[in-house]
Design a protein around this ligand. Structure first.
Ligand SMILES: [Zn+2]
Length: 113
């Protein structure tokens, strides 16, 4: 499985992008965060605040767009939302599901001044 970027990687990307835009300040940052990403919203916010101190991103509003998880059964192709850690298909009971959405953890937008 692909490893999600960490809060540090996301911040580095943000600062790099801000530099390209010759930003004086970063007003807000939008990050897409899937339900099944390694990072939780709370952990991301905590780490971000600590890491962003003394950088251009200090005080920027962190907007997190949550993306719901969606799986697709590889047996009957039913698409479903995994409930309470149960990963089997609600239609046929199959366990070979593929993740369609919900593992996202990426920088989506940046608002600078
Ligand atoms: Zn199925």
């Amino acid at each position: 499985m692909r490893k999600s970027p960490t809060a540090e990687t996301l911040l580095q990307l943000t600062l790099q992008r801000a530099q390209e835009l010759r930003a004086k300040r970063i007003l807000s940052v939008q990050i897409a965060l899937g339900e099944m990403a390694d990072l939780t919203e709370q952990a991301l916010r905590l780490q971000w605040t600590a890491l962003a101190k003394a950088t251009l991103a200090s005080g920027a509003e962190l907007r997190i767009r949550r993306i719901a998880a969606e799986l697709q059964c590889m047996t009957c192709f039913e698409k479903y939302h995994p409930s309470k850690g149960a990963l089997f298909c609600p239609k046929c009971g199959g366990v070979g599901a593929k993740v369609i959405a919900g593992e996202e953890c990426a920088l989506e937008a940046l608002e600078v001044k």
